[in-house]
Design a protein around this ligand. Structure first.
Ligand SMILES: [Zn+2]
Length: 113
């Protein structure tokens, strides 16, 4: 059991529920759920408490395993989407810089000739 990672994982659980983690934090958080059974259990229990309180209010039943998978799946999707957006933003900035360089080079040629 990796104590330091587990400590920060535990601290991040509330932020995870509230969607307050950065992309990097979320990525390592999700990775930790897959590699550390103790923390996965801790997260499951926290989810149970959270869902249990919510569902008590509206009186419906829920399946903890399904809720857990749904939550982790949704977080992974969200992370993948954000990473893709970031990559696209990076690409378009690269394209803009390339276009600017091309314009400058062309302008220099035009001036020289
Ligand atoms: Zn852990």
């Amino acid at each position: 059991m990796e104590a330091v990672e587990c400590k920060s994982f535990e601290h991040q659980i509330e932020d995870f529920f509230d969607d307050q983690l950065s992309d990097e934090e979320l990525a390592s958080f999700l990775h930790h759920t897959e590699t550390c059974p103790e923390c996965r259990e801790e997260l499951t229990i926290r989810l149970l408490i959270r869902m249990g309180l919510m569902r008590l209010e509206d009186g419906r039943n829920f399946h903890l395993g399904h809720e857990y998978d749904r939550m982790i799946g949704a977080a992974k999707l969200k992370l993948a989407r954000r990473m893709r957006l970031k990559r696209m933003a990076g690409l378009s900035i690269g394209a803009v810089i390339l276009a600017l360089v091309a314009v400058v080079v062309i302008a220099m040629f035009v001036l020289i000739l």
